[in-house]
Design a protein around this ligand. Structure first.
Ligand code: ADE
Length: 239
């Protein structure tokens, strides 16, 4: 997958392109990341990338021309079928389902805004979808774009090793994850649940599912609302 980034701060993305699961995906060529910086498309001496909002008020907007040209450059790199996403608090909220959906695209162009935002006409003309990563305001779209890159990359075939498949991710089955334990067997007087030491894989699977169901019911009952239960899940919850 090609991910073309449009941002005034391309260095920020080193965090995902150089480290961890996403860094490995880039090294293996499973993800290709490119950058287009609106500042490179300015023509004035000060390389101006912001402009005043009509109607007044505090703050500035991103200047239209450099941003439009940076998006055009990103289209060149990502291909004509690339889906253009603008990260903003006004967007549709990102969730697991959306990450899976985006992972099926050939290419994404992620536009990270700065200042108070972007001219609405540019969004209408250039953007296919507006995505928010949560109900709070960030100082720019870069962190949100990195969240999209991370969660989408995890869903790409070959990115996660067999020891950790995307299907086992929390949320993949609509539930929160079960608790996990590692050595030592006793930590601060607390023991690892005995079933996990039993070697009985079926019992362990059932215990984990029950824990996941219980936690979801307790912490995020909203997740269970639109989700149908299997007969086994009903039984485990009722136990
Ligand atoms: N830019 C600023 N805040 C944001 C948010 N919550 N989600 C996506 N992009 C943003």
């Amino acid at each position: 997958m090609h991910i073309a980034l449009v941002s005034l701060f391309p260095e920020m993305f080193d965090a995902v392109s150089d480290h961890g699961v996403t860094g490995r995906a880039v090294k293996q060529g499973l993800v290709e990341i490119s950058h287009s910086n609106p500042r490179d498309f300015t023509s004035d001496r000060h390389r101006t990338v912001d402009d005043r909002p009509y109607g007044g008020g505090p703050g500035m907007l991103m200047k239209i021309d450099p941003l439009q040209q940076a998006i055009a450059a990103a289209r060149e790199k990502a291909g004509k079928d690339a889906k253009v996403i603008y990260l903003s608090p006004q967007g549709k909220r990102l969730d697991h389902g959306k990450a899976v959906e985006l992972s099926r695209e050939q290419a994404l162009i992620l536009v990270a805004g700065r200042y108070e935002g972007v001219d609405e006409r540019l969004i209408e003309a250039e953007v296919d979808e507006e995505i928010s990563i949560g109900d709070y305001v960030l100082s720019g779209g870069e962190l949100a774009a990195m969240v999209v890159i991370d969660t989408v990359t995890r869903q790409l075939p070959g990115v996660l090793g067999h020891e950790l498949s995307a299907q086992e991710d929390s949320y993949a089955d609509g539930l929160l994850d079960c608790p996990h334990y590692t050595r030592p067997e006793e930590y601060q007087g607390k023991l690892v649940p005995e079933v996990l030491l039993s070697g009985n894989h079926e019992q362990i699977r059932r215990w984990r599912l029950k824990q996941a169901l219980g936690r979801t019911q307790e912490r995020r009952p909203d997740l269970l609302q639109g989700r149908s239960m299997t007969a086994e899940e009903e039984a485990l919850l009722a136990e």
